[in-house]
Design a protein around this ligand. Sequence first.
Ligand code: COA
Length: 260
Amino acid sequence: MNTKIALNTKTVLNTKEIFAAPDGAVYEVQIARGDKLNALTDAMYGSLIEQLKYAEASEDIKVIFLRSDNKHFCAGNDLADFLETEFNQASNVVQFLVTMARLTKPIVCAVGGAAVGIGATMLLHCDLVYACDDTKFSVPFIKLGLTPEGGSSKLLAQRCGPAKANDWLFTGRTFLAQEASDAGLVNGTFADTETTWSEARKIAQNLAKNSSRVLKETKALLKADQIENVVELMKKEAVIFAEGLATEESKAAFKAFLNR
Ligand code: COA
């Protein structure tokens, strides 16, 4: 079967809040909901999945570059959406994370401003991550009556060590780009948003100078044996997460934020 997708189909995939375009062999995907700090809704996860699957299937694309179109990267799941949308293992948010985890092509990510909740945990599925110095990270699930998601219950400790993972997940505190970099959550930091985007883009373009074969084989050697375990873990996390979402504790935390 010919898996090549005509590049002109990309316009069909673009929405106001999630859009993408190829830049040579790099597929640049942007989150564009600056008024809500790029908090992600069920529909936005659906669009992200489509864009990622398009990039994965296209023979013209070697590398994916993910960023936002404004100073914030992502303030996590939209908390109003959590109150309105049913959540389970089949939800777009879980499928988005599974899609990220199963990508065979490298994904480079540039972050800044808020990188909260899934805005931080999705980075665990990226191959290279660059952060603006102003980035404020947090995995504040515990403060919302929720539990770790996106594989973070294991992947965060794997990447940054158990001491950091326990600290960040048990306190839900905010930490800055320098701490994230020192702990290995990000590969490097830059002084401002524009530089972060342009340097990360350069890195993605340099990666794309390699053959598709060598990029895929390298990623497979680094990750492939863990992928299905990570997917299973994320499904388990999603069951516990769904139980949390159904509690009054969690709903009250969302309402408190939304009614500030
Ligand atoms: N869901 C829905 N709306 C969100 C949001 C989210 N996760 N994060 C931010 N927003 C909205 C705010 O409601 C506000 O909308 P409004 O202008 O219509 O009132 C807008 O984005 C700006 O956010 P604000 O809180 O005013 O910005 P801030 O700079 O003071 O604070 C944060 C930044 C990231 C600390 C704060 O927005 C926050 O804590 N957000 C929630 C993060 C979260 O808990 N995510 C879910 C994790 S599971």
